[in-house]
Ligand binder design. Structure first.
Ligand code: C6P
Length: 408
């Protein structure tokens, strides 16, 4: 079934607003953060209006309601990604914190100098810098699966790296610049056969594709609510129970303990062992509403819609003289179109488009090494989601012709 985008757009109040110049918002920056439907905004409002209390601590009505809402959202998130148990869903602040949790807890308990970590050249800084920090502290080694000219991972080079028995393979399921959807199941299977633990950066995949933790078989998987119609300030680290059980806690404090003595403590059971202090309760409630919303719209239909928009956008952008697109063809990527316009700085492109209400991102998109690989400092990037339309792509193309005209 195709999406009724006009109806869906009515759920997103922000899409109805105008910018300073009286133009309607053309939001083509969902890869940075998605817009939020009224169902999510209201779930969070309702929580604050009706049920606000701290969780896991009180026996009063409000505390019990707040706990049930917070834990209920976890259950639904677990179902959304088909985790074997909601104990495997650890709330964090975002993808970045989820990856850092693995780096601080699992990696520091299990890796020593000389151990190899395999990453890729298309990683977001979130899946690079935590490993650079570990390298400086521990002397672990880092190697990178190369990216080909057409924006795919070189899997033959990956197989060669696996001969060196890495301890960890960590990669983005979908690139935030190239849009490439990497063959995650195959990468994980090969890593496991070589004895490595796997971590997947799912910041861009969970919002756009149906992902199934049990089918993928990743050991760890990280994602953020704010890129999938949910609020900022909450994310998830999925981890297999046995690995999480064996890991030391990350942050210490309230709620992550079973018992505390003056000179010692016993950690709590999963998932609470990794959730120290008062968490983002309203945000978790909003996250639950976001997965309900996406489920109700249907992830398969969302993916199909985005594919159609992306195919159309790539075709139309390619028509513009001087536009260079990065990443593979539409059949191998999600809703991302990163490009340069010959002789015009990406920041100028974004600024001029903004005058017409068109929001695109310009810069290195927190993937500096990838841009370096392609010999450019920055790109402009348009990205799409369930509420994006072909009409918006047409306005983008029109805007780019205008940019070209201004720069002669
Ligand atoms: N990319 C973008 O505009 P956080 O900030 O922790 O929610 O997500 C970090 C992150 C990790 N991995 C990938 C592949 C990502 O795309 C992102 C966030 C945004 O591309 C903001 S830099």
């Amino acid at each position: 079934m195709t999406l009724n985008v006009n109806e869906i757009r009515k759920d997103f109040p922000i899409l109805g607003r105008e910018t300073a110049g009286g133009r309607r918002v053309i939001y083509l920056d969902s890869t940075a953060t998605s817009q939020k439907p009224i169902q999510v905004i209201e779930a969070m409002n309702d929580y604050y209006r009706r049920s606000n209390a701290n969780i896991h601590r009180g026996v009063h009505t409000l505390a019990e309601e707040a706990t049930a809402l917070y834990e209920g959202a976890r259950e639904r998130i677990a179902k959304f990604v088909n985790a074997a148990s909601s104990r495997e869903i650890i709330y964090t602040r975002n993808t970045t914190e989820s990856i850092n949790l693995v780096a601080y807890s699992w990696a520091r308990a299990n890796l020593k100098a000389g151990d190899l970590i395999v990453l890729t050249e298309m990683e977001h800084h979130s899946n690079l810098v935590p490993w650079h920090m570990l390298q400086m502290e521990r002397g672990v080694e880092l190697e990178f699966i190369p990216v080909t000219e057409d924006g795919l991972l070189d899997l033959e080079a990956y197989k060669t790296l696996l001969n060196r028995s890495p301890k960890l393979v960590s990669f983005a399921h979908m690139s935030n610049v190239l849009g490439t959807i990497n063959p995650a199941a195959e990468i994980i299977k090969l890593a496991h056969a070589a004895g490595a633990v796997t971590l997947v950066d799912g910041a861009q995949s969970v919002p756009h594709l149906s992902v199934d933790m049990q089918a993928l078989d990743a050991d760890f998987y990280a994602f953020s609510a704010h890129k999938m119609c949910g609020p900022t300030g909450v994310g998830v680290l999925y981890g297999k129970t046995a690995l999480l059980e064996a890991m030391p806690p990350f942050l210490g404090g309230g709620d992550m303990i079973k018992e505390v003595k003056l000179r010692s403590f016993r950690p709590n059971t999963l998932p609470h062992k990794f959730e120290a202090g008062t968490p983002a309760i309203a945000e978790a409630v909003g996250f639950g509403a976001a997965v309900d919303y996406l489920t109700q719209v249907g992830m398969a239909d969302i993916a199909e819609h985005e594919h159609a928009i992306t195919e159309y956008a790539l075709e139309r952008l390619e028509e513009i003289p001087g536009v260079k697109l990065f990443g593979p063809s539409a059949d191998k990527k999600g809703g991302v179109a990163a490009f340069t316009l010959d002789g015009i700085h990406p920041h100028d492109v974004a600024q001029i488009l903004d005058r017409d209400g068109i929001a695109v991102r310009a810069g290195h998109h927190c993937a500096q090494p990838l841009h370096e690989k392609f010999g450019i400092p920055a790109t402009s990037r348009a990205s799409f989601y369930l509420y994006s339309t072909k009409d918006e792509v047409d306005l983008l193309v029109k805007g780019l012709y205008k940019v070209k005209e201004m720069f002669g």
